[in-house]
Structures are given as C-alpha cells and as structure tokens.
Design a protein around this ligand. Structure first.
Ligand code: TYC
Length: 100
C-alpha cells in the first residue's frame, strides 16, 4: 500500500495520542461556608457526601485540594460553574485548573 494511503488508514499520530488531562483544584478562603463547598463537591464534581466532606476539610487545612481530573473543556466548564455558583451565593470561592 502507498505510504500516504497507509497514513490515512492509520490516522495521524496526533489523533492517536491520549487527550491531555487537567486537575481542577479548589482554593481555601476565610469566607465561603463549609456547607457550600461540600455542595459544590457533590453537585459539580459528583463526589459522594463522605468524600466531599473529606475533600472540603483537606482544602481548608492545606489551602487547596484536588476535586477531579478532566479533559480541557470539561475542566474549564467545572471552573466556570464554581465561579458562577459562588458569585450567585456571594462567596469568594475560587477554582483553578492545571495540566496533570
Ligand atoms: N475555610 C472555610 C471556612 O472556614 C471553608 C472552605 C473550605 C472554604 C474549602 C473554601 O475551598 C474552600 N468557612
């Protein structure tokens, strides 16, 4: 088979690579209520109540903590959802994303 045909058939190397993954982190602050952070972890990051409680306390103690790992657009959406819900409830809660 001709090389070009072979490449088309096998798809480009780029397409065969795994998607890059991004960690979404929540940052601690002094004003957001613990209950609100737990609600965010349950409803945005789909953690169960026990895990959400543990994650919230870890962030409270360490200053930041991992909430989930996603592809770029999903991670961006999670960050935007956190900021929008925090604004709506007048909390200063911040989320960040970083490549894994
Ligand atoms: N530090 C907050 C408090 O004592 C709770 C909190 C936890 C806030 C995690 C933000 O990402 C956060 N009410």
């Amino acid at each position: 088979m001709a090389r070009v045909e072979e490449e088309i058939e096998n798809r480009s190397e780029l397409e065969l690579e795994e998607p890059r993954l991004y960690k979404v982190m929540l940052l601690n602050d002094d004003y957001t209520s613990m209950d609100f952070v737990v609600d965010i972890l349950v409803n945005v990051f789909h953690q169960d109540a026990q895990k959400a409680n543990a994650t919230m306390f870890k962030i409270h103690e360490d200053g930041s903590g991992l909430c989930g790992v996603y592809t770029y657009e999903i991670a961006e959406t999670k960050v935007a959802q956190v900021h929008s819900l925090a604004k709506e409830h007048q909390f200063p809660l911040r989320a960040t994303m970083e490549e894994e």
